[in-house]
Each structure stands twice: as structure tokens, then as C-alpha cells.
Write a protein that binds this ligand. Sequence first.
Ligand SMILES: Cc1cc2nc3c(=O)[nH]c(=O)nc-3n(C[C@H](O)[C@H](O)[C@H](O)COP(=O)(O)OP(=O)(O)OC[C@H]3O[C@@H](n4cnc5c(N)ncnc54)[C@H](O)[C@@H]3O)c2cc1C
Length: 503
Amino acid sequence: MPAGGSGVRPRVIVIGAGFGGLAAAIRLQAAGAQVILIEARSQPGGRAYQLKAEGFTFDMGPSLLTAPWLLQDLWQAAGRHLDEDVTLVPLRPFYRIGFADGNHFDYWGDPAADEAEIARFDARDVAGYRAFLAATERIYQRAFAELAGEPFLRLSDFLRVAPELVRLGAHRSVYRFVSRYFRHPQLRMVFSFHPLFIGGNPFRASAIYSIVPYLERLGGVHFIPGGMYALVEAMTRLFTALGGELRCGQPVERILVRSGQVWGVLLADGALLQAEAVVANSDVATTYLRLLPAEVRPRGLVRRLERAHYSMSCFLLYLGLKRQYPQLRHHSIFMPHDYRGLIRQLFDGQGLPADLALYLHTPTRTDATLAPPGGESLYVLAPVPHLGHGVDWQRETLPFRERILRYLEEQAGLHGLRASIVYEQRFTPLDFADELRSHLGAAFSLEPTLFQSAYFRPHNRAAQVGGLYFVGAGTHPGAGIPGVLLSAAITARLVREDLACRA
Ligand SMILES: Cc1cc2nc3c(=O)[nH]c(=O)nc-3n(C[C@H](O)[C@H](O)[C@H](O)COP(=O)(O)OP(=O)(O)OC[C@H]3O[C@@H](n4cnc5c(N)ncnc54)[C@H](O)[C@@H]3O)c2cc1C
């Protein structure tokens, strides 16, 4: 990025040090900008925060690392190699999926093992699996490898590729798409639940999102010794080693705009910081609805954001246990009795669903240092409706916790779980709203539907406010670590191009 006329490096402020903010900050700093990364909380990481207490270490959010080439690409942009700074440990199996009838499916990501596992359910579905992988590889090549890295700033960009997306099946839901290839109802769940990983409803997310099993198989599912937070630390070191400045514990209160052009930010302590560009990694809806001055908020977009569909939220328990449960895999998923019913209630119902789906992260299966000897660091995630669905979490937190623990003891085989808890912490939709400033406490920002994706998602560059950009889950291409790393590459490119034009 050429320096301005004065020879001074252009100053860029990044609001928020989630994976998207960190990655954008690294790319821009490496490209020659002077970047200040401002984080409201006391540590970087955003949803990938770390909790350490009484000898237990927990990653509080993301735990599955896929598409490692996106990290390699980021490190390369900073002039280093990923493996100099981060160790990736491939997991086998990727995860275990348990069903209400006691049966389970291990996903290994290797053809022979997966086909043997599928044949245990329905031998006829092995051929369907091969066809499914071939179809999702085609979608991956076009929609992920080629298009997810494009900014989709104009409707014409979308219309140009729309016929091809329809040919690939994008107009179908993931569940409908998967059901063409699998007969067995439990295999339909196994290969369709992945949109939930990024806040999507398998019954209405576009089939574009059915590529996750292919993506996992292509690049593996990885763990980082020390936990996902080791990646946050490595990115923070990379950024500061390049000369970037990270300030934590400093919420941005306002984005400052003059004559339609961003000129800086106002911090909660009253300090003003000037910049030529501001990249918001803060929640997209909150940024448009609260951080931008009322007079420059784009009315149409604000109306759309107020009416948009947001992803579900999550209820999380972080449990330090004095014993271990060897039957758990590193990643274990427990499917509900009524898959369709639970998902309908999560996205479209009122109150808490009657059924439960759970994801358990047991990193001590791979890294014993994360708990005291003989203990277990266990995180339990239940997807729950966001705050717009009428759940009173002040009242529901303890009863819901009880429901989860009872389920784990009585139906998931974790006998004696309650008696073995020596440390506990919770994170509820209220914390997503208060701690992470997430609109409606949504865990993954806007729900990924076809008409809230690509051109229809808030753009990486604000159309009506010069010098304002977005990175992270709420902008294109969407949530999940691969999505936000891609958004960082897109946004950094737009900032670089625009600043180069103004130099
Ligand atoms: C429980 C959970 C589990 C997940 N598991 C996985 C997984 O296994 N694999 C995967 O790939 N993805 C997973 N995801 C999704 C993934 O974690 C997220 O999509 C991704 O981390 C979001 O990154 P982001 O860059 O959008 O920023 P966020 O992580 O949302 O960070 C935004 C940052 O901005 C800061 N901020 C907000 N407002 C302000 C302000 N006004 N001033 C200063 N700072 C501000 C916040 O404090 C925060 O640090 C999971 C998500 C959740 C919630």
C-alpha cells in the first residue's frame, strides 16, 4: 500500500479483535498501513475467548479448525510460514455423532472408514455418499474456492453467477439436497446438520452450505495444542511483530463521520482516534444500529437489519471435572429425538424447545495439560433461540442447566457427572448480547440463507459511508473461522485498493 503524499503510512483502525479483526489487521499492517486494533474486552479473540481457572483451560467458542490453507495464506501475506508459529494436530475421528436410540456415527474423513460406517446404517447409502461428495466437490470448487473470496458489492455480480448456483442446487435447502443422496434418516442428519455450525437452519440454508463434510475431508479437522486460543495468541504476536498496535479494554462508542467520510472513532473513555479507514469487526447489526451516528445510518439497510433473520444463540457450560469420561471423543454431538421439530423451534418458535441437541468439546482427550491430572475440561453447547424468541434467561438459566446435566447423565451415559463437577462457568444468550455486543444475542450474526448471503449480506465495504469496512461473521461470506478469514482477505484488499486510489 503506497504511503500518502506526505510519505506517512495511512492509519487504519480495526474495531474488535475476533478472528476476522485480527486477520484483517495482520493483512493491512503487512501491506503497509499503520493499524490500531481496538478491542472492548480485556483479551483478544472475540468468540474464541479463553477461560482459565483452577487448573482447567477452556476455549469458550470455536473448537474445530478446518480449511488450514486459509491460515497458511494469512501467514504468507505476513511474510511467514504458519508452521513456524502454530502446530496443527489432525483429529481422528473428526467427531462422533450420537443418536437418541443409542446408535452413533463416527466421521473419519477417509473413504474406507466412512463408507464402512455408512454401510452400518444402510449399505445402499454408500453409493449415495460417493455421489454426494462428487456433487459437493463441484459446489466447493465454484462457490467456495472461486466465489467466496469475491466481494459481491453489486447485484450484477450476484446475477452473473445465479444461474450457475441454481444448476449446482443452491435454491434447495441443505436437508433436501442431502436427502437426494441418503435414504437413512440418521444419515440425513449426519450430512445435513453442518449449517448449525455457522448459525444456519439445515431446512432453509442454501445447499451451498452442504460442502462442509467435503471441506473437512479435504483439509482435515484440526486441534491446536493449548487449544484454539493458541491461534489467537499466535495471530496477536504476528500482528504486533509487524508493528501493529493492539489496545484491549477500550470499547469504541462511535464511528466518526464527516461529509460522508469516516475520520476516526470515539472511545468509551472519551478519547478520539483519527484514521483514514475504519474496519468494523464488531457485530454488523450493532455497528449500523448503534455505532454509526444516526444521521448517516443508511435507512434502507437499517430497516433490513431490523427485520432480518438472525442465527440462533448458544447456551454454554464450561465444566471442570475431577474424573474423565473416556467414551467421549474430542468432539461429540448428540442429536435430538425430533431433529426437524427442534430446529423449527430454535429458529421460528417461542420459548425454549422441548428437545435438546448438544455438542461436547473434550480437548483433554488430545491435550492432557488442559485439566489437572485425571480431570477433564468439558464444554457443553446447546443451540438455543436468540433473544427475540421470548426466553427469560434470568429465570431459565438454572433449570436449563439442570435439564442438560440430567440429559448427559441419563441419556448420554455420563453417569455421576454432577458429582464430578469441581469448576463451572456459563455463557448464555445474554452474554452474547452484553459481552460480545451481538444483536439479539445471536451467536453467528445473520442467519445464512440464500437471500442473506453474498450480495444480500451486509457488504465488506459500506456503500454510503466512505472509509468504512466490515469484517467477520456478519459480512460476506459469513460465520465460522474459514468464513471470517476469507472476509478478512476480501476486506483488506478493498481497503488497500481504496487507500491506494486516495494516495
Ligand atoms: C460457541 C461457538 C462455537 C463455535 N465453534 C466454531 C468452530 O468450532 N469452528 C468454526 O470455524 N467456527 C465456530 N464458531 C463460529 C466462529 O467462532 C465465529 O464465526 C468467528 O469466531 C467470529 O469471528 P469474528 O471475526 O466475526 O468476530 P468475533 O469473534 O465476534 O469478535 C468480535 C470482537 O469485536 C469486539 N467488539 C464488539 N464491539 C466492539 C466495540 N464497540 N469496541 C471494541 N470492540 C468491540 C468484541 O468484543 C469481539 O472481541 C463458533 C461460534 C460460537 C459462538
